[in-house]
Ligand binder design. Structure first.
Ligand code: IMP
Length: 187
């Protein structure tokens, strides 16, 4: 049985709240933020979030990888760089989840080499108890326990990114059985 962690309604409320926080911070600013989504996981969240932001923004994407199956490898490899000049600009990096914090720390360090004015960080989910490097996000959707989660952008072996809700795994055998029977979709 799938285990629900964050409902569609709760995700909507999170997007509305963070959208307002970002709007309040940047409305009237002549230096509109560039929102950088981290592919692939943050794409659904970013698309819903930006519709709740009521001021000028630009968009871009980066892609890193650090996870294999359900474990962080600890090695962060960049796969796609930004295509916008962020020098002197406000930047908001949007992630799906912060776990050890290594990916975010590395991204912030890397993007600083482009000399932005300020880098803000935003995550839908935060597994704070798992942190290995000191890292606080400026905008946080929801703090969650140490579960492996999937859905709404977050994948299990590249699947389940296309759900409206977020689930957690308490028995990996169940999800492996689901993947072994792709004719049936229970979400
Ligand atoms: P960190 O570097 O350990 O903070 O890992 C962050 C990245 O690992 C995220 O961008 C996700 O892609 C992935 N990740 C961490 N926890 C989960 C999870 O529970 N489900 C799916 N992906 C996860």
């Amino acid at each position: 049985m799938k285990k629900l962690l964050v409902s569609e309604q709760e995700i909507k409320e999170i997007c509305a709240r963070i959208g307002k926080e970002i709007t309040d911070k940047f409305i009237g600013d002549e230096n509109p933020p560039i929102i950088i989504g981290v592919l692939k996981g943050a794409a659904p969240f970013m698309m819903d979030l930006i519709k709740e932001i009521k001021c000028f923004v630009e968009l871009d994407f980066v892609q890193y990888s650090s996870y294999q199956r359900t474990k962080s490898t600890g090695v962060v490899v960049m796969k796609k760089d930004i295509s916008t000049d962020i020098k002197g600009r406000n930047v908001i990096i949007v992630e799906d989840i912060v776990d050890t914090g290594k990916t975010f720390a590395k991204m912030v360090e890397y993007l600083h080499t482009y000399e932005p004015l300020h880098i803000y960080t935003c995550t839908l989910l935060d597994k704070k108890a798992r942190r290995e490097v000191e890292f606080e996000c400026d905008f946080v959707g929801k703090e969650i326990p140490n579960y492996f989660v999937y859905g709404y952008g977050l994948d299990y072996l590249e699947y389940f990114r296309n759900t409206k809700e977020i689930y957690y795994i308490d028995d990996e055998k169940i999800i492996i059985d689901e993947l072994n029977n792709k004719k049936e979709w229970n979400y």
